[in-house]
Design a protein around this ligand. Structure first.
Ligand SMILES: [Zn+2]
Ligand SMILES: [Zn+2]
Length: 819
């Protein structure tokens, strides 16, 4: 164990892609010396097999007595750079994720596909095989490749890891030919077809000659404003390019191709910059001074809805670009920020010459597209990347600014695999890069606002709307005074009718999709429950289906109650579908549309609804929280909230904060144009402080009340939380493991005086005790960072032996949701 340290230059540190928290040392064989560089993947022997690992360092001392040698290098170019590695090391430490898994999560998901190299035997190789001039290893490989042409390099190496050198010799001699699928530095130009209507020619009778399907094509195009990409059109109607070409030949359509970079960015309209308000001027002045200093700082920009935060972002981004540095913009949900990306291009295009200086990273990208974008960023050819949380890993090397828009949004928290919060990681990344981190929100999180109050962040604010527009008037409707069971109060119904009559638009928020929350048999009390989760199934009337919103489980509705056979099944509670139906009935002349995940599942549907809203082809848009996020529709003068109470009573210490944020954000959609806005909030709890402060647009008041409660109850930001999540498919094994882990936790707390200040709760069943057929238990820890981190570290070292069967232990540091 205590081997003498030796200074060596042939050792490499490798993080293996397995759930193991330590890294390992391997020897570098001479043949690979040139090829092994930081950021490439390697194949290494591990226990009795071979695994993929990442080169993360070159230690000069071997940590153990002896080490095995690296078998093969898997990449031709490095996949990550030193700044990204440094970030991943921090994440692995802070969030207790194995470094290999953190790197795998950081890298674009298509990477295995992307670096796929295939081989074929050449004529010379066949000749060598025929004349038996190859050695046994080479012969094995040649024969295998003759039988399996285009075999992947990875397949060959998994089947015959000892023959890696032989593979290399064959390639050098030209006996086999390798081909890298996406590693070619040439990015193929992709084109797409745009279908448009020709300008009207004053002969309306022409259209009457159209067939039914042809008329449908024309109708869809007309509704979309005259033109659509072929893919979008095809999503509405089954048409082939050939069919459209025939229509084009007869003069009904125009077809043209448009070059798109994979990753899809339009050109955007060139926009002149608007004049800044004095507030914007002041805020931008401060940010500008900080940017000139080129050093790390975190700025919390609290700008009320409609105050022009985006304009401040744009100016800051432009300033950083003129410094020759790079910008990363994080948004909670990329699909909702197309408008921002348009502005970004319109305003900043002249900095790049073409659209390729901007990378948009979103979940709709194919693996190849994602990999292209990654490599362009790594190569330094991208100046701005915009993306959702995983974009925090974009491999920039000269970052000057990280913008985190809507920093309070729960979507920044990754809760699959290992847990991290992209907003918090952004601050660490900014610190490492010497960049400015700009957190923006109309409703900052309690944590961020508290850091601003303490002076850890620079607090800047935009307290007024642009062009002196007033904030909307918010009225609270006490639903206890309405007839029992009514969904829309008379005040809201009247306001809607009035809005439509005045040719304005309205938003109606109900944060629950589907028709009814559940079906209830009023004779025997039966409800349909999900077989995999501890929740009731939601009724979707359009499809006549019951669906679980946690796991997606679906089933049909029985004609009679499955328990008592009575015809007594009734709907209870309401969702967006029901509100839409009710409005269609009460306002037959209004155009009503719905925006929720059921609708946006269809590709292109979201963009289409937003475009129709913008063109005022929709009078009332009913939706879930999706409608609350960042939209800027000047004709929306009324916002109605069907129920403010849905999130308020969840067993989660952030329930009030989330309620306040949602109400403030959705209220902010009203009155963004020339006409003042009005907001009606329906609630059974009109005296709740989250609702009262939302009514008064009083962030400071809410912050003060909520902060006092958090201090009293000892919750963040006054303490740190770690949630140890124990899940498993077998109840007895999961419960048993949770009990054993709980005993371990309490024993460690008693045994070590350094942990005396920590509090430990549980194990207990999670509020949602079962999701996706997995039982869920949790142990919640509270305390200061240092002892808490040390405790979890020790706990994880000791806990391995206690985990039974397929039970999984997840560590959620700084949990966003306690459900
Ligand atoms: Zn029944
Ligand atoms: Zn379910």
């Amino acid at each position: 164990m205590t081997a003498k340290p030796r200074q060596r230059d042939d050792i490499v540190e490798v993080a293996v892609g397995l759930p193991i928290r330590s890294t390992f040392h391997y020897l570098i064989p001479d043949a690979l010396r040139e090829e092994i560089v930081l950021g490439k993947r390697v194949l290494v022997p591990f226990r009795s097999r071979h695994v993929t690992g990442y080169v993360v360092g070159f230690p000069t001392e071997l940590g153990v007595d002896s080490a095995k040698a690296v078998v093969e290098v898997l990449d031709e170019e490095p996949l990550f750079n030193p700044p990204l590695l440094e970030l991943c090391r921090w994440i692995a430490d802070y969030y207790f994720g194995p470094l290999g898994e953190v790197l795998r999560a950081a890298l674009p998901s298509g990477i295995d596909v992307a670096s796929c190299v295939t081989y074929e035997v050449t004529e010379a190789g066949r000749a060598a095989l025929a004349t038996e001039s190859a050695d046994p290893d080479e012969t094995w490989l040649l024969s295998y490749l003759v039988d399996h042409p285009k075999a992947k390099r990875s397949t060959l190496l998994w089947r015959a890891p000892k023959r890696a050198n032989a593979l290399r010799r064959l390639e050098r001699r030209g006996w086999i030919m390798g081909e890298a699928s996406f590693l070619s530095p040439r990015v193929q130009i992709k084109e797409r077809m745009i279908v448009s209507l020709p300008p009207p020619e004053g002969d309306p009778s022409r259209e009457r000659r159209l067939g039914r399907k042809q008329a449908e094509v024309v109708r869809i195009l007309r509704e979309a404003g005259g033109h659509l990409p072929f893919e979008t059109l095809r999503a509405h109607l089954a048409v082939t390019p050939g069919y459209l070409r025939q229509m084009a030949e007869k003069g009904y359509l125009l077809l043209r191709s448009e070059e798109v970079f994979r990753g899809e960015i339009g050109r955007g309209k060139a926009l002149p910059p608007p004049r800044l308000t004095p507030d914007q001027e002041g805020v931008f002045g401060r940010i500008s001074t900080m940017l000139v200093a080129e050093r790390f700082e975190t700025v919390l920009l609290h700008g009320i809805t409609g105050s022009g935060k985006t304009e401040v972002y744009l100016r800051a981004i432009e300033r950083v670009l003129t410094q020759g540095r790079q910008v990363l913009v994080l948004v909670p949900e990329i699909s909702l920020t197309l408008q921002f990306i348009d502005q970004l291009q319109g305003r900043l295009l002249h900095h790049f010459g073409d659209t390729q200086g901007i990378a948009v990273l979103h979940s709709g990208l194919s693996d190849a597209e994602r990999y292209d974008q990654w490599r362009r960023i790594l190569a330094g050819r991208v100046q701005i990347a915009v993306g959702a949380r995983s974009a925090i890993f974009a491999p920039f090397s000269r970052l000057g600014l990280i913008v985190v828009d809507e920093e309070h949004d729960g979507a920044y928290k990754e809760e699959k695999g290992f847990f991290y919060n992209a907003r918090d990681v952004a601050i660490v990344r900014g610190k490492q890069a010497g960049a400015l981190v700009l957190l923006g929100s109309a409703t900052p999180s309690l944590e961020s606002a508290h850091n601003g109050m303490l002076g850890k962040y620079v607090s800047l604010s935009l307290p007024e709307r642009v062009e002196q527009r007033p904030l909307p008037v918010v009225e609270i409707i006490d639903m206890r005074a309405e007839p029992k069971g009514s969904r829309l109060s008379s005040a809201l119904a009247d306001a809607l009718a009035q809005t439509v009559a005045q040719k304005n638009q309205a938003f109606i928020l109900l944060n629950r999709r589907g028709y009814a929350t559940f079906l209830l048999c009023v004779a025997c009390g039966f409800t349909y429950r999900c077989p995999n989760c501890s929740v009731t199934l939601t009724f979707h009337k359009e499809r006549r289906r019951l669906q679980c919103h946690y796991c997606g489980h679906e089933r049909g509705v029985d004609p009679t109650c499955p328990a008592c056979r009575g015809v007594t099944l009734q709907t209870r509670g309401s969702g967006t579908e029901r509100i839409e139906e009710e409005l269609l009935r009460s306002l037959p002349d209004a155009v009503i549309a719905r925006l929720d995940r059921d609708v946006t599942n269809r590709r292109g549907a979201l963009a289409e609804i937003l475009a129709r809203m913008r063109r005022h082809e929709i009078d009332i848009l009913v939706g879930t929280q999706m409608i609350a996020k960042g939209h800027d529709f000047p004709n929306v003068t009324l916002v109605g909230v069907v129920s403010a109470d849905s999130a308020m009573h969840l067993p989660d210490f952030r329930a009030s904060e989330r309620t306040f944020q949602l109400l403030t954000q959705v209220a902010g959609r009203a009155g963004r144009g020339d006409q003042p806005g009005r907001v009606l909030i329906q609630t059974f709890h009109p005296d709740h402080y989250a609702i009262l402060h939302a009514r008064n647009h009083d962030f400071a008041g809410f912050f003060e009340t909520e902060l006092a409660l958090r201090r009293e109850l000892h919750f963040p930001p006054f303490t740190r939380l770690v949630n140890l999540k124990i899940t498993g498919s077998d109840l007895a094994a999961t419960e048993g493991t949770a009990a054993a882990l709980g005993e371990l936790a309490h024993a460690l707390l008693r045994a070590h005086p350094t942990f005396a200040t920590l509090e430990c709760f549980g194990p207990m069943p999670a509020p949602l005790a079962r999701i996706k057929a997995r039982h869920r238990f949790q142990i919640v820890l509270k305390g200061k960072y240092a002892p808490l981190h040390a405790f979890v570290d020790l706990f994880l070292q000791r806990s391995g032996a206690l985990i039974r069967g397929n039970v999984h232990l997840g560590v959620d540091v700084d949990p966003q949701s306690m459900l």
